[in-house]
Design a protein around this ligand. Structure first.
Ligand code: PXP
Length: 237
């Protein structure tokens, strides 16, 4: 089974644009879960332009499915996650002012930092996933630093999918096979949408979770949130 975790950053972005609490993230979490989402993801960035650090404790109290907090493990992020342990923390090497995440960890170069950071999180009982490009050397490195899971960056896949889907997914299939052999769980995210999701799932063995935000929230403008979540779930069956 591949779980659908809904990334609520775009909802937070709309909320922040008016300085009040509309839409209310707490209500949106409850609704996403009642519409069938199997997880909720938040990705606070240092400038808090969408998810805010203060959203974390509040949402942690009310998520009943799986709460995944993503982000660059700077001291502030780590303190927040350790004080409000989610089910899963996904470590992402994004620059503070990055528009969006665009590459995974070099697990060889950052071996010591990742080993130390992952150990701290696991001590609190948090499952740790690390964001990766689908390269076998980085998957092997992820095993060495003690990650429980990896999340493949699917941005390049999504771009190439439009012209050459088989080629686009090849490195993901190979890297996922290796991850499965090494006992690492496989998640994926970035630019997944209603067109490419089923193809991706069908070619990536043992895909445990996808986290989807931008396309899903955009689709919800047309289909409504409940229908949209059901449409994404049907691609994952
Ligand atoms: N995974 C990670 C690590 C991300 O940074 C993002 C974007 O915040 C996503 C998944 C979701 O990507 P998208 O919004 O394109 O669905």
């Amino acid at each position: 089974m591949t779980r659908l975790s809904v990334n609520l950053n775009k909802v937070a972005l709309i909320r922040n644009s008016r300085g009040e609490n509309l839409p209310d993230l707490v209500q949106v979490v409850k609704d996403c879960e009642s519409f069938g989402a199997q997880g909720i993801t938040l990705h606070p960035r240092p400038d808090e332009r969408h998810a805010r650090y203060s959203d974390i404790p509040q949402l942690r109290e009310i998520v009943t499915t799986e709460f995944n907090i993503e982000g660059n493990p700077n001291p502030r992020f780590l303190e927040l996650v350790l004080n409000n342990p989610p089910h899963q923390c996904t470590l992402v090497p994004d620059d503070p002012d990055a528009l969006t995440s665009s590459e995974g960890w070099n697990t060889i170069k950052y071996h010591d930092f990742l080993t130390e950071t992952i150990a701290k999180l696991k001590e609190k009982g948090i499952r740790v996933s690390i964001f990766l490009d689908p390269e076998e050397r980085f998957v092997e490195g992820a095993k060495k630093v003690g990650a429980d899971r990896i999340e493949f960056y699917t941005g390049h896949f999504a771009k190439e999918f439009k012209t050459n889907p088989e080629n686009a997914v090849r490195s993901h299939s190979v890297a996922a096979k290796l991850a499965n052999e090494l006992g690492l769980g496989v998640n994926a995210g970035h630019d997944l949408n209603l067109e490419n999701l089923k193809f991706y799932k069908d070619h990536v063995e043992g895909l445990l979770e996808v986290s989807i935000g931008h396309a899903l929230i955009s689709d919800a403008l047309y289909y409504g949130l409940e229908n949209t979540i059901q449409m994404y779930l049907s691609k994952l069956k």
